[in-house]
Design a protein around this ligand. Structure first.
Ligand code: ADP
Ligand code: MG
Length: 802
């Protein structure tokens, strides 16, 4: 992550914005250049005056006077005063969560190490580092309300290589991974660097001395000038409140940096180069300077932290959100004036850098969960009390298990089917689950419709347009939720209340028509017998016969046709009811057929019925005509008989005929006329009858055709409409009931305080520096014992570096 000044610009006006504090510490010397170095009365200014020296050939126009204003000039200052002035605030703020960086800069021998570490021989001359550790532990003791942990690490950077100065400790062992600077979203850290927990002051001193020893041993082994390496001692602080079970905690680190010597090439060498800025011997210092210049330049956006290990390792410790302090160590002798000037220039540049110290607050997820759990327990107890006061026992607020959810699913289905009037509200969780299950059922139904439609289109002959349209119709009907469950209807005869026109009718009562007729209608109307006049069969003479076995529609049709002379049985009127949701079981075929005829098959059924009534009407007419013909025939016969009687009578009167006279009486004459008329009628009627017979034959053909079509379409409709997918049948099986239970009463959680009182017997009288120095000396004694033992064993200082 790039540290961007732009992102901080809008915060400039905020009071938190801080300048880096830059101090100068002058190393005492007998040969102090009094004429060249002067301090201001404010103890903050340092003036450099360069004597004109003709020998050196300084040109006239060359600058000879400089004035530097810093945050403090420490001249003849004790280690104690230096700590008070430079480090105390930074360390104390670290315990409040602010990162801090204290850096010593200056030429070799100017007193950087003396300032930072001090001497290990003399407690009084201990430097910032041991004092900072002491302050940290003192402050921890002053804050019993907080659990504060201290860890330390000690890193050395030499020629772009990183070394762990504490890797020699027995519990660290040789590092498997090489020490490296690593960046992650949380910042920069040094991978492979051992970080040591220090529970007390003495531990940290031991660690410090271990590191110092390794610095010295390392410098000998490598035959290098120790002043060329940078050393970074880091104190990591983590503070958690003991009293508040706060999930927030603060972390901070204090970087104590002893930089390599700042000396440059060609110092005090050839004439004319004296006051020019020469390049650092230590390259990383020039990168540090570049980073400092960039940090101090408001227009600069990019800070080149990654140019070398030093700046990369210190990326989040330079500027940014740190409290930052620079101690520039100068050597006040005339011969060192150019280095002194360079060092003061560096200090001035550092002063331009602004930082924005901020608390490093973090959240402990584990603690947060624990706190929430505690709160949950408390709220459940609260709820239990509330329930008992409100007489609401046996209400369970625990999350539902699969069985309970299945029961809610079943409730929702029964509610949708009309089998359940309402779903009782138990608690919020249950209400949420009810809504959830409504959605589940809805999604399932949508999937069923889709699957049903897909099946229909694949099963039907593509040339069968009537079937396709029937299926489409059925599909739409299905989308409205009219799919039904498993087959159940048995023993229904024709004339039973139609199912699909009244889908809510319960098919559960499996009564025969006879039973239905002999008992009053049930109050739910589920099996109420219906009047024949509501049925298509009512217009014709159709028998309502109970069928012995389930669903052969062809049987019904045949009965319809063959028993057309049997009287219709009177039935009660059906109740008109609002349409309830579909039942969970499909109707029997006979019942479904009635529905089909009234709904989807109504048009073809209408044609069927029309043809049938025409046929019946023609048959009736044919029968009447036949009767009339027979009557005419009988009349003719009678008339013929009458005429023959008249003839025989006339033959008796043969005498008249001899006389050549034919006498026809009036009666005979009338009979002849009548016969003639009857024969005419007979012929006409006979012609009618022949025509009727042709019509009847044709009508019969139409009726047969219609019947066939009606049956075919019904079979398709029935199969498609009442096919129930298996998954739905499984879902319809009744689940187990929700078992109410008591809210578990949890134990009362007490916030245990760790007994952190510590006692240490201090041998105040035995040490001149006071009790604080005990740990310092203890650590030192142990350190020395260890090293003298090592020396005696090996005869040589142990080589630490590979
Ligand atoms: P650097 O680390 O900058 O190279 P050192 O801290 O090693 O310099 O100092 C060089 C020598 O000067 C050491 O012997 C140190 O004890 C001594 N010295 C430096 N500053 C002071 C001081 N302020 N008072 C007493 N001795 C000092
Ligand atoms: Mg040093």
């Amino acid at each position: 992550m790039m540290w961007r000044k732009n992102s901080n610009k809008h915060l400039t006006r905020m009071s938190t914005r801080k300048k880096v504090h830059a101090f100068v510490r002058v190393r005492p010397t007998d040969d102090f250049a009094h004429e060249m170095i002067r301090y201001g009365d404010d103890n903050k200014t340092i003036d450099i005056h360069l004597k004109k020296d003709a020998r050196r050939g300084v040109v006239n126009n060359q600058q000879t006077d400089w004035s530097f204003k810093l945050d403090g000039v420490l001249h003849d200052a004790s280690q104690d005063l230096v700590y008070e002035t430079v480090a105390k605030d930074v360390v104390s703020q670290a315990l409040d969560g602010y990162n801090g960086t204290i850096m010593c800069y200056g030429q070799t021998g100017a007193g950087k190490t003396y300032t930072m570490t001090g001497t290990t021989e003399n407690y009084k001359h201990r430097g910032i580092l041991p004092r900072a550790l002491q302050q940290v532990f003192r402050m921890i003791e002053e804050r019993p309300t907080h659990a504060i942990t201290v860890r330390v690490s000690y890193l050395e950077i030499y020629n772009e290589s990183l070394f762990d100065l504490l890797s020699t400790l027995p519990y660290v062992g040789p590092s498997a991974t090489p020490v490296a600077v690593v960046e992650n979203p949380h910042g920069v850290f040094i991978k492979g660097l051992s970080v040591h927990l220090a529970s007390q002051e003495e531990d940290t001193f031991s660690l410090l001395f271990e590191g110092e020893t390794n610095r010295i041993i390392g410098s000998h082994t490598m035959n290098k000038n120790s002043s060329r390496s940078h050393c970074i001692f880091t104190i990591y602080v983590e503070a958690r409140s003991r009293t508040l079970s706060d999930e927030k905690y603060i972390t901070s680190k204090i970087n104590l940096v002893d930089l390599a010597g700042s000396e440059r090439l060609g110092k005090s060498g050839s004439e004319g180069r004296v006051l020019k800025e020469a390049t650092y011997i230590n390259k990383s210092l020039s990168f540090l300077e570049q980073a400092i210049i960039a940090l101090g330049d408001q227009k600069r956006d990019h800070i080149p932290f990654r140019q070398c290990k030093l700046t990369h390792a210190l990326k989040d410790s330079l500027g940014g959100n740190c409290n930052m302090v620079l101690v520039t160590n100068i050597y006040g002798e005339a011969a060192q004036l150019d280095e002194t000037l360079s060092s003061l220039r560096f200090a001035s540049r550092m002063k331009l850098v602004t930082t924005e110290p901020a608390i490093n607050e973090k959240y402990d997820a584990e603690r947060m969960v624990k706190n929430l759990e505690k709160e949950l327990v408390l709220l459940k107890q609260e709820l239990a009390i509330h329930d008992s006061l409100a007489n609401r026992s046996h209400v369970n607020y625990d999350p539902m298990d699969e069985v309970q959810i299945a029961e809610i699913n079943s409730q929702v289905r029964r509610y949708l089917d009309g089998a359940l009037d309402e779903i009782d509200i138990i608690n919020l969780r249950q209400i949420q689950e009810v809504f959830n299950q409504f959605r589940v059922v809805l999604i399932q139904q949508e999937q069923e419709v889709e699957a049903a439609l897909r099946r229909k289109y694949t099963l039907i002959d593509k040339n069968d347009f009537a079937a396709i349209s029937a299926v489409q119709k059925a599909g739409l009907m299905d989308a409205d939720g009219h799919l039904v469950g498993e087959s159940d209807g048995q023993g229904f005869g024709l004339g039973v209340a139609s199912y699909s026109s009244k889908p809510g009718k319960k098919t559960k009562s499996r009564r025969t028509l006879k039973e239905q007729l002999s008992s009053p209608a049930k109050k739910d109307g589920g099996s109420s017998p219906v009047s024949g006049k509501d049925m298509d069969v009512s217009t014709s003479k159709t028998q309502l016969t109970p069928l012995s076995k389930e669903g052969d529609v062809k049987d019904m049709i045949l009965r319809d046709r063959e028993t057309s002379n049997i009287e219709t049985l009177p039935l009660d009127s059906p109740k008109e009811e609002p349409r309830p949701p579909r039942p969970s079981t499909p109707p029997s075929k006979p019942v479904a057929f009635e529905d089909f005829k009234n709904e989807r098959g109504s048009e073809i059924n209408r044609i069927f019925k029309e043809n049938k009534s025409i046929l019946n009407e023609r048959r009736k007419r044919a029968s009447e005509t036949t009767q009339r013909i027979n009557a005419i025939k009988r009349e003719i016969d009678v008339t013929k008989e009458g005429l023959s009687a008249q003839k025989s009578l006339r033959e008796k009167q043969g005498e008249y005929e001899k006389k050549g006279l034919i006498i026809i009486d009036e009666e005979e004459f009338l009979l002849i006329l009548k016969l003639k008329d009857l024969k005419k009628q007979y012929r006409a009627e006979y012609q009618d009858l022949r025509d009727l017979r042709a019509e009847i034959q044709y009508c019969q053909h139409l009726v047969d055709q219609c019947r066939h079509r009606l049956l075919t379409e019904f079979e398709i409709w029935y199969n498609e409409s009442f096919f129930i997918p298996e998954d739905m049948q499984a879902a319809l099986k009744p689940g187990s009931s929700i078992r109410p239970g008591m809210v578990p009463v949890s134990r009362i959680v007490s916030l245990g305080e760790d007994d952190q009182d510590k006692f240490s017997q201090l041998q105040q009288d035995m040490l001149p520096e006071g009790p604080e120095s005990i740990s310092f000396y203890n650590a030192k004694v142990k350190r020395e014992q260890k090293h003298s033992y090592l020396k005696s064993m090996l005869g040589l200082p142990k080589a630490q570096r590979k």
